[in-house]
Design a protein around this ligand. Structure first.
Ligand code: HEC
Ligand code: HEC
Ligand code: HEC
Ligand code: HEC
Length: 211
């Protein structure tokens, strides 16, 4: 009896972990992936972004080639702060989403992992909904330092960012990144907004904005 109960608990926990996991999201780029863009035969899921040895210092055990591109940033006159060239997690995201680097371009291999439905060099094609490109002027400012002085000057920004669940906010260096809104490992919270950090759209915005 005791054993049955602990097995049930384990299965339930396993189910919960899977429900919010990269495995059943479009970021499962392995052959078992759920999206159009996936490997022709590679079975490893995490390998596209992480490995355990000889990784790059650009991110946590980062295993993908990173972009070196010069991006057009969001810089309107209404801004009190400045969006810098992509750094932190934003740079990691754009290493696939800028559409210049092969999705399968992991470290230490001569040829990128072979993928279905990618462009001629293995990149996210411009025709894909997931293509972001090098022009970020129409994307919410990213790699922008969130400072108290900005919040005071803006009048509609909370200081500090306030999320009761402590999910939405800046990174450890105080920057707003793509990960303020998206969680690259979990596409289960919202049906409408991909890889969304919260169950509703507004819950993300009002962690920082006070309209
Ligand atoms: C290793 C390459 C890679 C990295 C790194 C990467 N992505 Fe993706 N992402 C993809 C691919 C490929 C798709 C499209 C999958 C498809 O359409 O089959 C995708 C899809 C998405 C989508 C759209 C999903 C949908 O339902 O339409 C979002 C949002 C997204 N990624 C955000 C991010 C963010 C944010 C980061 C960084 C935190 C990131 N990605 C890092 C490769 C990557
Ligand atoms: C499409 C790219 C992508 C895939 C696939 C991916 N990750 Fe990540 N992972 C990221 C990014 C980007 C970060 C950095 C997030 C940040 O800085 O906020 C990250 C961070 C992490 C971290 C550091 C802690 C954290 O959550 O920030 C761990 C641990 C991790 N990933 C584990 C995994 C495991 C295990 C897998 C496979 C099941 C996996 N990841 C698959 C993109 C990915
Ligand atoms: C302020 C929140 C926010 C930030 C920051 C943000 N996104 Fe998004 N993203 C969204 C929303 C909302 C959507 C849903 C489609 C839409 O409304 O444009 C989306 C959609 C996407 C999609 C899918 C495109 C589509 O039309 O479905 C990709 C890929 C993506 N984001 C990648 C990124 C990357 C890469 C970054 C960083 C450079 C980023 N996002 C930063 C809010 C954000
Ligand atoms: C992690 C904090 C954070 C989150 C989450 C966030 N923002 Fe922002 N947002 C900022 C910062 C910081 C700025 C730059 C403000 C400035 O410099 O004046 C900004 C700028 C903006 C601007 C441009 C203002 C201008 O002057 O051009 C708009 C519009 C905006 N955010 C809307 C949103 C929406 C909509 C969401 C939710 C989908 C959202 N933001 C989520 C922090 C955040």
């Amino acid at each position: 009896m005791k054993r049955t109960i602990s097995l049930l608990i384990i299965l339930t926990l396993y189910g919960t972990v899977l429900a919010g996991s990269v495995i059943n999201s479009k970021h499962n780029l392995s052959v078992s992936g759920t999206g159009d863009i996936k490997a022709t035969s590679e079975t490893r899921v995490c390998i596209f972004c992480h490995s355990s040895h000889n990784t790059s210092s650009e991110g946590p055990l980062w295993n993908h080639e990173t972009t070196t591109g010069n991006f057009k940033t969001y810089n309107r006159s209404t801004m009190n702060s400045t969006a810098e060239q992509p750094n932190g997690a934003t740079k990691l995201c754009l290493s696939c989403h800028d559409g210049t680097i092969a999705v399968g371009a992991i470290k230490g291999v001569a040829q990128p992992i072979k993928m279905n439905n990618v462009g001629p060099s293995g990149e996210i094609p411009t025709s894909s909904k997931s293509f972001v490109g090098m022009d970020l002027s129409g994307t919410h400012p990213v790699s922008v330092k969130y400072e108290q002085s900005t919040a005071l000057a803006d009048n509609h920004l909370r200081w500090p960012p306030q999320d009761p669940e402590k999910i939405v906010g800046t990174d450890a260096d105080g920057y707003v990144q793509c990960t303020a809104c998206h969680d690259p490992h979990d596409d289960s919270k919202s049906d409408k907004y991909p890889f969304w950090n919260k169950t509703t759209f507004d819950a993300v915005c009002i962690s920082c904005h006070s309209y």
